[in-house]
Structure formats: C-alpha cells, structure tokens
Unconditional design. Structure first.
Length: 409
C-alpha cells in the first residue's frame, strides 16, 4: 500500500525554535566564511618555487612561518611530496628524510652536506601534507655558475665545498647516485657564499656495486652502477662544467664541436639551455645523456637508455673516454690562454700608468709578482686536469677517492 505523506504533516515550529534555527544558520554561515578566509590565508602563506622528482619546494611569504618564529622566516624552505601517480612520493620523501638523519648521525663533520632538517607535525604541515623544513638556499650551483656577477675565484671556492661535501658523504658510507650542479645548493651568509651537496633521494649506503645507477644520465658513470666511484666520475663532469664557464661563449657551445657523424639520434632540447660539457654529452652519441622535457620522452627515450647503460660495449665506453680526454686537453689549453691574456692586460695597465719611459722598481716588482702568480696557476691547472683524467677512468677501481680529491684539489 502506498503511503501518502500528506497525512503526516510536519509538526508546527514554535517561535523559539525558529529563533534557534536562525541562529544556527547564521553561525554556520559565519563559520564557512572564517574557513574560507583561513584557506585563503594558507594559500598565500606559502609560495611554490621549485620541484624535483619526488618533492615540491616552498618558501614562506606570510607574516608567520610554520614551526618557527617570524624573525627567521626568510631562512627556511619546505619540502612536500610531489603528486605524481606513478610513484609514492610521500614514501620517497620520508625515506630521504631518514637518510639525511642517518648521515648526520654517522659523520661528525657534515658542514658541506644539506642534511639539517626537521619534520613538522600534521597540523603544522603545508595543507596537511608531510612537510620537511630545511635551511633555505640562495640558489643552486648551476644557476650560480651562470651568474656573471660571480667571479672565477668564488666558483673555485664553491667547487672546493662541493668536493668536501662528497668526501663527507662517502665517509658516512653513502653514494649519492645523482651528482649534478642542480643538486648542490648555494647559501649566503653576510655576503659570503658557501655550497652544500643536497638532494639525497637516490643516495644509498653502499657495500658493493650491485645496484644500478638511476640518476641523471648526463652524469652517469660508463659502468652504469651505483657506487662511490660512480659519484667520482659524475664529480669530474661537475668540475669540468665549473672550470669551463669562464671561457664559454654566450651560446654555451662546447669547447669541442660535435661533428655530424657523431651526433646522437635525439637532438638536444633548446629549452633546456645546456652549456659546455653538458651540451656535448646530450648531443654526442658516445654518451647516454639525453634531454627529456616530457613524460613521453622520459618513457620512450630516457628509460630505454637507463636500462641499457649497464650493457654498453667496451668500444662505446672507450669512445666516450677519448672524447672526455680531448675535452679536458682543450679545457687546459683555453684556460692557459685565458691566463696569458689576463697577465698581458694587467701588465699593460701597469705600464700605461708610467708614460715617462722609466719603469719604477715597485712596478717591476708588481709585474714580476703577476708573472709568478700566472705560473703558479698554470701549474695548478696541470695538476687539476691530470686529476680529472684519473676521475674519468673507464676502470672504477683506478679512480681516486673523494677523500683524496678533497685533499689535493
């Protein structure tokens, strides 16, 4: 039997109940407005600045900062998981935090490692996500290298910091597994720049070379294994990249041309704006490096090379080694020429100040000092280039340790 609800009308609402209902509705509207305002403030409190494979990077832009006071809000950045359906980024970021803590526990001096961090509570975290708070960097190493205001000596100082950081990491028993300039962060304190090795998502404790290298292919060791000696190979590319910036042209063309017969089947992506040795690596078929701007390219270009890197033949590995050796020779040649040019310019400037024909003794002494300093720098360059050639050896066992490099660089 069908029931007619009209036979059961709602009971009449009293005047008092109407008042209560009205107050409840008003309170609900007010709470909704407050909630909207809170969400709007939260959205404005943090500004997204960068992303990696597993994480997004944020900075505080509001009047307060999570997990700290407003006095040091400019000194911190925040990592949250990157939302990609193919991987569990939250788990990856938590693992990275765990590695960072373990490195801090294992090595007393970690001054050149960006491992200092804290984990915020769920209530403090950005939009309720897992949030890691770290010291905020001024820039990464690659951007710093391209900054024309950063002089050669400062670049060399940062490179020394990079090598020290790698030695500290290896001392803890870890291999980084993804060495590249973008994974080193530059900090500024009272006008002085320093560098710390960062991004430990692919870092692993290593006791052997059983694991496959999964980092950036531009810096991949030819053997394709994750190891500390593999890190040393990648560090050599970073060192070349640092030394060459002084002499690259505006377009960042490599010091050696890539001939048509040697070009990779995949052309470099102009939007990536590679420079110097990195540009050569992605254009030359002897190397595994390839530009991948889209997910499709990562799947159909990068992944197959990642899989095949361990099975490269000796001929291809030797070809790669020969190209790098030639590149280091060219680097030494052009840096020597640059040193001679600077010496000539400095000498001429000193002589221009004395137009009477007679050169004061103090000027002669100054010219002699410049000449000796140039000879010293050339001698250092010979040592560094020889070290670079040892670091790119096709036999990982013949590569020097990061500790040795830090002591002799």
């Amino acid at each position: 039997m069908e029931i007619n609800n009209n036979y059961f009308p709602d009971p009449p609402i009293s005047a008092d109940q109407k008042v209560v209902n009205g107050l409840n509705q008003d309170l609900g509207n007010r709470l909704a407005k407050v909630s909207n305002k809170v969400n709007a403030i939260a959205a404005k409190t943090f500004h997204f600045i960068a992303s990696g494979a597993d994480k997004n990077v944020w900075i505080s832009v509001g009047s307060q900062q999570l997990g700290t006071t407003s006095n040091d809000k400019a000194n911190h950045a925040y990592y949250t998981p990157k939302g990609v359906f193919l991987r569990n980024q939250k788990s990856a970021l938590k693992k990275e935090a765990s590695k960072m803590q373990k490195i801090m526990d294992l090595v007393e001096d970690h001054s050149n490692l960006a491992v200092k961090h804290s984990i915020l509570s769920k209530d403090e975290g950005i939009r309720g996500m897992f949030t890691m708070k770290v010291d905020r960097a001024k820039s990464d190493f690659e951007k710093t290298l391209r900054n024309s205001k950063v002089g050669f000596q400062t670049r060399m100082k940062l490179l020394c910091d990079f090598v020290k950081g790698l030695a500290q990491l290896h001392r803890a028993g870890f291999a980084h597994g993804d060495i590249k300039p973008e994974n080193s962060l530059v900090y500024e304190d009272k006008g002085t720049l320093s560098l710390k090795l960062a991004d430990f998502g692919r870092a692993e404790e290593v006791k052997d070379e059983s694991k496959t290298y999964k980092g950036n292919l531009r810096f991949a060791p030819p053997e394709g294994r994750l190891s500390q000696k593999g890190d040393v190979y990648g560090a050599a590319i970073v060192m070349i990249r640092t030394l060459e910036e002084e002499i690259l042209n505006e377009g960042g063309d490599p010091l050696l041309p890539v001939h048509d017969q040697d070009r990779d089947e995949y052309q470099s992506d102009p939007s990536q704006n590679r420079r110097g040795i990195e540009k050569l690596i992605v254009e030359h078929k002897a190397f595994a490096g390839v530009d991948v701007g889209s997910l499709r390219n990562k799947i159909f270009r990068r992944l197959p090379r990642q899989v095949r890197i361990e099975s490269w033949g000796d001929e291809k590995i030797q070809n790669q080694h020969e190209v790098l050796n030639q590149y280091i020779d060219q680097l030494k040649l052009e840096l020597n020429s640059k040193l001679d040019q600077k010496l000539l310019e400095s000498t001429n400037n000193l002589l221009k100040e004395n137009k009477d024909g007679e050169i004061p003794k103090e000027v002669e002494e100054k010219i002699h000092e410049l000449d000796q300093e140039t000879l010293r720098q050339k001698s250092q360059l010979v040592v560094v280039c020889q070290l670079l050639k040892e670091m790119i050896s096709t036999d990982p066992k013949k590569r020097p340790t990061a500790e040795f490099i830090a002591e002799h660089f």
